[in-house]
Design a protein around this ligand. Structure first.
Ligand code: GDP
Ligand code: MN
Length: 407
């Protein structure tokens, strides 16, 4: 599960990490009012930031520094009426419904700090760089030495001497060292307490020296979190932060029916039972020149209703040009799938080619049901095995594509 930046800042503040004050608003008018309030209080600059579950906002025009109410209005209207498209979103981008409005922070230097899980080392790892700001991915490619990694001992945790050492290696000076090390310790504690799989601050900034803070202050400007879904049951406070508007609607609906569904961008909808079989079905579709439109594991004990819902989800994806059903009935009974196909044909209709491969428990009954329903499902073909099924659906989708380009 992911959360918004404004929520991440609240979590950080609660853990004693310095963040700038800010307000979340959902309309242009409220954004303008908040910007006016900040400017009137004597702060010369306001930052307006689109709140979406993806980064790369800066480059996409969804982080704007403004000095007047008019510019605040222009920035807020732009963000609330355009989709945010960045390297992290894919070409379709994301709808922006919320904005963070805050007094702009003066920046002397930007750093990067994150804690995540290192699966190869089987431990958490602190990742840091003195080249923070936008596009840490580019730094990793161009200058991998600029990214420092510190594996964290699974039992001892992050030690304060390690955090101080990291602060020195990043080039923090004077009083900044203690602030940065303290911040790393707090971030690690928060990461553990919330069962996070990723906690990232980018940029972590040092502010220019002032009379009160001659060495500047170390402040977290932008933060992203990812929490382990399997641990969410013990974090009611995190569950409250979920924003359904940011989730894929079809994936949410699938979840309600106990289906594991992940939307992809191909054209062949797959309905399979078992995660392993679903993966191999996707592989074999690709092998025969097709692209899967989704991963879908209906599981072993899905009801006829849940399977019917699965078809509804696949059929409501406009990119889907063909459907491949691949069931190996162990616990799942093939006749249940066959009945769901017949019900879906009645309720929704298979306007696209459908290839069905069934094997296992109650397969004879299932074949009889499908045979009897042939007239109602003219786009259906029955396959004998997985290769035959993949070849049939790929051929059917390709010939459809050929027909539509010929038109
Ligand atoms: P991201 O692009 O989605 O990661 O959004 P960020 O919040 O990290 O903002 C991108 C960049 O905008 C930062 O690296 C900063 O350079 C700049 N920025 C963001 N907030 C402020 C601010 O309060 N003051 C100043 N001067 N720059 C900011
Ligand atoms: Mn950032």
């Amino acid at each position: 599960m992911k959360i918004h930046e404004y929520q991440a800042r609240e979590l950080l503040a609660g853990a004693g990490i310095p963040v700038p004050a800010g307000a979340m608003v959902e309309t242009v008018e409220l954004a303008v009012a908040e910007a006016k309030r900040i400017l009137d209080s004597g702060t010369p600059e306001v930052v307006i930031k689109g709140q979406v579950h993806a980064g790369g906002r800066g480059k996409a025009g969804f982080v704007k520094l403004v000095k007047s109410v008019d510019d605040a209005r222009a920035a807020a209207s732009f963000m609330l009426s355009n989709r945010m498209i960045s390297v992290q979103t894919g070409p379709e981008g994301l709808d922006v419904r919320k904005l963070l409005v805050a007094a702009a922070t003066d920046i002397a230097k930007e750093f990067y700090i994150a804690i995540t899980v290192d699966r190869m080392r089987k431990c958490n790892v602190l990742i840091a760089s003195a080249e923070g700001g936008v596009e840490i991915e580019a730094v990793a490619e161009r200058n991998p030495d600029a990214i420092l990694k510190l594996p964290i001992h699974p039992i001892l945790g992050l030690q304060s001497y390690e955090a101080r050492d990291m602060a020195f290696r990043l080039g923090f000076k004077g009083k900044q060292v203690g602030q940065a090390a303290d911040l790393m310790m707090r971030l690690f504690a928060l990461f553990c307490a919330k069962d996070a799989s990723m906690a990232e601050i980018n940029p972590l900034v040092v502010t220019p020296p002032t009379a009160a803070h001659p060495d500047g202050r170390v402040i977290a400007l932008d933060a992203k979190f990812q929490f382990d879904d399997n641990a969410l049951f013990r974090h009611k406070e995190l569950q409250l932060l979920a924003d359904p508007a940011e989730e894929n609607a079809a994936e949410l609906r699938a979840q309600e029916f106990g289906l594991s569904y992940i939307a992809l961008d191909g054209t062949i909808g797959c309905l399979v039972n078992g995660a392993g079989l679903a993966m191999s079905t996707m592989d074999i579709v690709k092998l025969h020149g097709g692209e899967p439109a989704n991963f879908l594991d209906v599981g072993g004990s899905a009801s006829e209703e849940a399977v019917t819902e699965a078809f509804r989800i696949i059929l409501s994806d406009k990119r889907v040009e063909g459907i491949l059903v691949n069931i190996f009935g162990g616990i799942m009974q093939c006749d249940r799938i066959a009945r769901a196909i017949v019900t879906s044909a009645k309720n929704v209709g298979f306007s696209v080619p459908l290839v069905v491969r069934l094997e296992g428990t109650n397969v004879v009954e299932a074949r009889r049901i499908l045979h009897d329903a042939r007239a109602d499902i003219p786009t259906m073909q029955v396959a004998t095995d997985l290769t035959d099924a993949a070849q049939k659906i790929c051929a059917a989708v390709q010939s459809r594509a050929a027909v539509s380009t010929a038109r």
